[in-house]
Ligand binder design. Structure first.
Ligand SMILES: Nc1ncnc2c1ncn2[C@@H]1O[C@H](COP(=O)(O)OP(=O)(O)OP(=O)(O)O)[C@@H](O)[C@H]1O
Length: 244
């Protein structure tokens, strides 16, 4: 049964998407629908095409063939503006923590007083109270990633893409990021996240997209994919075996 949160979340789908370079298909996804409740985690070995798929979904890469649809409509500039993206290495402005947030809030045309309140709320959400005036470049890795997520959330995105956001972080910093992601998901933001961390997939995912060789080899409910994978590729990946 679909719950309230899932009804709030937008639906993303991919139809006949193909990216080819030098005659080799880097991404070949005939069909993929992300429309269930909760977070989608994308798993698979290095070079499987996880980042390419994420970039396609966000419209950063236009596929050679096929298209990405959001709520049944081809992804357009207006819908793209309502998507946020967080990379493995946080991309921050050489300004203070608060100025990084103010930059995106200003672009939404919010008046100064409202921006001030929003910035304070965002800092609290990310556990960055007291860091407003600190240079973003002087933040620790975990703090910088939390700021990058806050900046994406400041846009009130309907979808938030995260590409291995915790791969360089320790367990405690990872836990803080995971909590932020879970809170955003429970507010109705569709989360699509790439990870190599199977434990993280178990903690966060409602559904899992397993990739190998530019293809989706399995997509299903997290527990099903993790505990009873149907494809050999997924079985080998989860067992820690070599997958090429
Ligand atoms: N612009 C490009 N030109 C040529 N090849 C590319 C380009 N972008 C990606 N690739 C190739 O496409 C394949 C998939 O890359 P992608 O970054 O999506 O993998 P990934 O699953 O995210 O891997 P990792 O886990 O190592 O980050 C790789 O073989 C990569 O070298």
């Amino acid at each position: 049964m679909r719950d309230l949160v899932s009804d709030m979340a937008s639906c993303l789908s991919v139809g006949g998407v193909r990216i080819t370079r030098k005659g080799k298909a880097l991404l070949d996804v005939p069909s993929l629908n992300l429309d269930g409740p909760g977070s989608t985690l994308i798993l698979g070995p290095n070079g499987a095409g996880k980042s390419l798929l994420l970039r396609c979904l966000h419209g950063l890469i236009v596929p050679d063939r096929g298209q990405v649809m959001q709520d049944g409509v081809p992804l357009n500039a207006e819908r793209k503006a309502r998507q946020g993206m967080v990379f493995q290495q946080p991309v921050l402005l050489r300004r203070s923590v608060a100025a990084n947030l103010d930059f995106v809030l200003k672009r939404q045309g919010l008046p100064r007083s409202e921006r001030k309140t929003r910035i304070q709320n965002l800092l609290t959400e990310g556990g960055l109270d007291g860091k407003a005036r600190q240079s973003a470049r002087s933040l620790s890795g975990g703090e910088a990633q939390r700021l990058a997520i806050l900046r994406a959330l400041a846009l009130n995105p309907e979808t938030l893409f995260l590409d291995e956001p915790t791969s360089a972080l320790d367990p405690s910093a990872t836990q803080m990021i995971e909590r932020m992601v879970q809170r955003a998901s429970s507010r109705g933001v569709r989360i699509v996240m790439v990870t190599h961390d199977i434990g993280q997939a178990r903690r966060l995912a409602a559904d899992i997209v397993m990739m190998q060789g530019g293809r989706v080899v399995e997509h299903g409910a997290a527990q099903q994919v993790l505990d009873a994978p149907e494809s050999d590729a997924a079985r080998r990946y989860l067992a820690g075996g070599l997958v090429t």
